[in-house]
Design a protein around this ligand. Sequence first.
Ligand code: NAG
Length: 254
Amino acid sequence: MKYIVTAAALATLCELAQATVYLAGDSTMARNGANDGVTDGWGPYLESYLTGTTVVNKAIGGRSARSYTNEGRFAEIATLVQANDIVVIEFGHNDGGSPNSASDNGRSDCPGTGDEVCTSGKDGSTVYTFARYVSDAAESYIAKGASVVISSQTPNNLWEGGVYSDSAPRFVEYARLVTGDIGENAYYIDHFQAVAEMYEKLGNAETNALYPKDHTHTSPEGANLSANAFAQAVRSAEGNPLAEFVRTDIPLVY
Ligand SMILES: *[C@@H]1O[C@H](CO)[C@@H](O)[C@H](O)[C@H]1NC(C)=O
């Protein structure tokens, strides 16, 4: 007996295939991203707050939107992504600094929120803005039928020195602005704000205990809490396609 699979049936099968959630980010998202055995990124903890989807964590320590672009890492995700998949993009921790300087580290973005360009003071290469790197990547995924969640960076320890301060680095606002500029199929999540509110609630001692090494990288417990806060923020974000995959029984952490 022969079975003939029609194109229409195949399309239906593809629609039924599980959506994949890709994560693009830095050490604060990568598994053991700081490579110290003491801290961890939040990406590996996300899957336990979701259902009906698979998480593929492509985050890697030390990267910025610029270096993730120049190393071909956004492009690699574009070769994998399929219609209805979701790509979460979260950068900022390594994006500051000045590309014009002679000691340009290959990570600093050109300051600004649009088409500004800079020239690397080290090798003369053209450097674009955070917005340009993120929107180019996002648009390549959206063109394949995927959606993009642009997430603001996690905060550093907001209780450092025993006093709470939630002032945000400029990349938090940049992430929000670029999401609006991209428009359809791009969704902003203010992960910074969600974790900030969680830390305010946790208080000084409990928050400081989540930072065993420095003020950027958290313990595994802190990473799990950051994933929980992200999932909570997504669940309450109207129209966000990732929201339907967030479990209904997650703890509320802020
Ligand atoms: C993360 O936190 C959740 C909720 O508190 C908990 O159930 C889970 O066991 C934690 N996961 C890990 C890997 O520690």
